[in-house]
Design a protein around this ligand. Structure first.
Ligand code: KG4
Ligand code: ZN
Length: 383
């Protein structure tokens, strides 16, 4: 089976092509293409993601990115005569994306219908205006190529992002489940019990800001560009080597009797520290980053460890943009090693949003012939 996957839930336009072979119970995956067109530089100038601006960028980039992904997968052949398209139906479908419609009509009919078995697309959670671009693009391709579409939950994608091991071809070891999953991104912070693929129960989540959001907001206070995670992490590492501790911040909800988080208070504590301290020297900035990262990571590790003990899983899956964080990786690995629990992180390039994880998750979804008309964006979609 060959799957085309589309991801537009935030500020990364993602296209992936994945081949799946073998039994459904033990599939082997082969990556044909995994392309990302990142809008980070655009949003960096504004200090965050503006949904309507992100939507426009997705609409501009998605058709050429998809063509490039399919070409790289050797699935696109120039048509001798242009593909006949029911442009009336397409116009209605892409009514709200006139720019994408124009590019679609110019590009897609040039090629023969590719040998694809399904199109997987992120339907939530995320920014609804940007999700709609991916969904409508998937529906348009499904219409002109007559290929089924499957809706995918972005967070289910993050869970399955850990299995590639940085390789082109990979499997999902059955012993990985049941697993406990820590999902940490710009929009989410959740501890999830994954009994098996597709059977997910949220045990706890953030009451306010997501972990990545807190990194981004603290970075902004300190004058670092969006997204702030990597910058904070780099400064924190410098301070850790110097080992002079200047600041102390709270560990919100560390001792609370649940699996919930709160990062808004920590962010405010950083704000008050900056206000009360006066001018910060470069060493002060580094140490503040170190203390903030220590505090956030300590709470994440502590709660994950508690959940592992309660649910007695032998593996932990970490997904989402913040899973790229080196300090989190080190501390979690250290803590779980003591418990004899395996920890799985995504290849760093797959920590942040990508369509490959959507393709993997899309394989496990059931194709439904009504999906094309029923699919809609759900910004708050739950696992
Ligand atoms: O999963 P993702 O790409 O998008 C969402 O679905 O939200 O996550 C993006 C988030 C941003 O908040 C970014 O600052 C954070 O992941 N991030 C990091 C690191 N790299 C990315 N946070 C901490 N340390 C990092 N190295
Ligand atoms: Zn994400």
């Amino acid at each position: 089976m060959k799957i085309l996957a589309i991801e537009t839930s935030c500020d990364d336009t993602g296209i992936a092509v994945l081949e799946v072979s073998g039994a459904h119970s033990a599939p082997r995956f082969k990556i044909f293409a995994n392309l990302i067109s990142s809008q980070t530089d655009l949003h960096a100038t504004y200090g965050g993601v503006f949904p309507m601006m992100a939507k426009r960028e997705h609409a501009r980039n998605i058709v050429p990115l998809c063509v490039a992904g399919l070409k790289q997968s050797k699935l696109l052949k120039k048509a001798k005569t242009p593909l006949v398209i029911n442009s009336k139906k397409l116009e209605i479908l892409l009514e709200r994306e006139p720019e994408m419609l124009e590019i679609f009509l110019k590009e897609i009919p040039k090629y023969e219908k590719p040998k694809l078995d399904r199109i997987a697309v992120t339907v939530g959670p995320g920014l609804e205006p940007t999700l709609w671009v991916g969904i409508n693009f998937a529906r348009a391709l499904s219409l002109v190529w007559n290929i089924p579409v499957v809706p995918v939950n972005h967070m289910a994608g993050h869970i399955l992002s850990v299995f590639t091991g940085g390789k082109k071809s990979f499997t999902i070891p059955t012993k990985s489940f049941p697993a406990l999953s820590l999902l940490v991104s710009g929009g989410h912070t959740e501890i999830v019990l994954a009994k098996k693929i597709g059977a997910y129960t949220i045990l706890g989540s953030t009451k306010d800001d997501a972990a990545g959001e807190a990194f981004d907001k603290v970075a902004r206070m300190l004058g670092f560009p969006y997204p702030g995670g990597p910058a904070i992490s780099a400064m924190a590492d410098i301070a850790r080597k110097a080992s002079t501790k200047i600041f102390t911040l709270p560990r919100p909800m560390l001792r609370s009797d649940d699996y919930n988080f709160s990062f808004s208070g920590l962010k405010t504590a950083v704000l008050y520290t900056i206000r009360d301290h006066g001018k910060l020297s470069p060493d002060d900035v580094n140490d503040l980053c170190r203390e903030f990262e220590d505090a956030a990571v300590e709470v994440l590790v502590h709660k994950t460890l508690r959940a592992v003990k309660e649910y007695k899983t032998t593996s932990v899956i970490v997904g989402g943009g913040v899973s790229a964080n080196t300090h989190l990786r080190t501390e979690l690995t250290k803590a779980l090693k003591k418990e004899n629990v395996a920890v799985l992180f995504p290849d760093k390039k797959l920590s942040t949003d990508n369509a490959l994880m959507i393709a993997i998750a899309g394989y496990f979804e059931k194709a439904n012939k009504n999906s094309r008309s029923l699919m809609k964006a759900d910004g708050n979609l739950k696992l």
